[in-house]
Design a protein around this ligand. Structure first.
Ligand SMILES: NC(=O)c1ccc[n+]([C@@H]2O[C@H](COP(=O)([O-])OP(=O)(O)OC[C@H]3O[C@@H](n4cnc5c(N)ncnc54)[C@H](O)[C@@H]3O)[C@@H](O)[C@H]2O)c1
Ligand SMILES: O=C(O)C(=O)C[C@H](O)[C@H](O)CO
Length: 273
């Protein structure tokens, strides 16, 4: 496989960091965009330990910061991996809408805004690949993750539009849809409702939110397999538009969609009870 120049956002931790290090180890030239300066220091150390520092350029890249974005837009890349993401938890019926906006701003608007100048260069060249790290949460919903679900569902439809607009121009567009992986992301997301939720003020039973958080905490997978899959497919010329892992989540997502056509308006999705 020819060596590629690959820029990854949110590469300072979790799936993005593992993927950046793994792609560099395979000989690709990786530009690892890290959100925070501390993440940069840690990634420099990890890259040295892995012996991949020559293939890994680390840049400070908060996709909400125009100065960071402008610096990143100077690079010419074969592949852009839009991996940066955040989440907030809590019932959408009571959640401050500003928090939902915050999630949409990062996961949807800023991801697209950051990608657009790269898209322009790729179209001019007639080649290039865009990979968006969406989620199983973009194809189904989970109690008290409505804000995050909304963002990944929106991202899904944006990426489908990009695919249909850009494939005829020589670009490749794909999503990666992880299930629940133990990177700390989900735990942080489920911690966040406690910043504003007050049992004495809000009507949602706290025990229901706690039960959903516990269920998530107890059902997460080792991120190693997901990172390996990302390292495998990101540099490939052609593969499925959507990569869902673990693979049994494919059936779960399809069943979720089917259920929406079957349930009555006065019924809760049985999987959510
Ligand atoms: N862990 C999971 O179970 C899981 C499942 C499905 C999808 N995902 C998605 O995978 C991606 C990576 O998540 P992760 O699990 O590795 O968690 P993570 O928190 O380790 O990674 C997210 C990264 O994005 C960065 N980030 C946040 N806001 C940013 C911004 N404004 N600019 C640049 N970077 C920013 C964070 O600093 C962090 O490094 C996210 O998009 C997440 O939604 C994760
Ligand atoms: O996107 C995430 O962080 C997830 O962990 C997605 C989960 O797999 C999903 O919400 C649970 O079905």
């Amino acid at each position: 496989m020819t060596k590629k120049t690959i820029l990854i956002t949110g590469a300072g931790s979790g799936l993005g960091k593992g993927t950046a290090l793994g792609l560099a180890a395979k000989g690709h030239k990786v530009i690892a965009g890290v959100h925070k300066w501390e993440q940069k220091s840690r990634l420099i150390e990890d890259a040295k330990k892995a012996g991949v520092q020559d293939n890994l350029e680390i840049i400070k890249l908060n996709i909400l910061d125009i100065m960071d974005c402008q610096k990143a837009w100077e690079y010419d890349v074969d592949i852009l991996v839009n991996n940066a993401g955040i989440g907030h938890s809590g019932p959408v019926s009571e959640m401050p809408v500003g928090l939902i906006r915050e999630v949409m701003e990062t996961n949807v608007f800023s991801n697209l805004e950051f990608a657009q100048p790269f898209i322009q260069k790729m179209v001019k060249r007639g080649s290039g690949k865009l990979v968006f790290v969406s989620s199983v949460a973009g194809l189904s919903t989970t109690p008290y993750l409505g804000a995050y679900n909304a963002s990944k569902h929106a991202l899904e439809s944006i990426v489908q539009s990009l695919r249909d607009e850009l494939t005829p121009m020589g670009l490749t567009v794909a999503t990666i849809n992880p299930g629940p992986y133990d990177t700390g992301f989900n735990d942080r997301m489920y911690d966040s409702y406690a910043q504003w939720f007050d049992e004495d003020v809000h009507f949602t039973p706290l025990k229901n939110i706690e039960a959903a958080a516990k269920k998530m905490a107890e059902n997460q997978f080792d991120p190693k397999a997901m990172i390996e899959k990302m390292i495998e497919i990101i540099p490939q010329e052609s593969h499925d538009f959507r990569t869902i892992l673990p693979t049994d989540f494919v059936a779960m997502c399809k069943e979720y969609q089917e259920t929406q056509y079957k349930i009555q308006s006065d019924t809760v999705d049985p999987s959510k009870k």
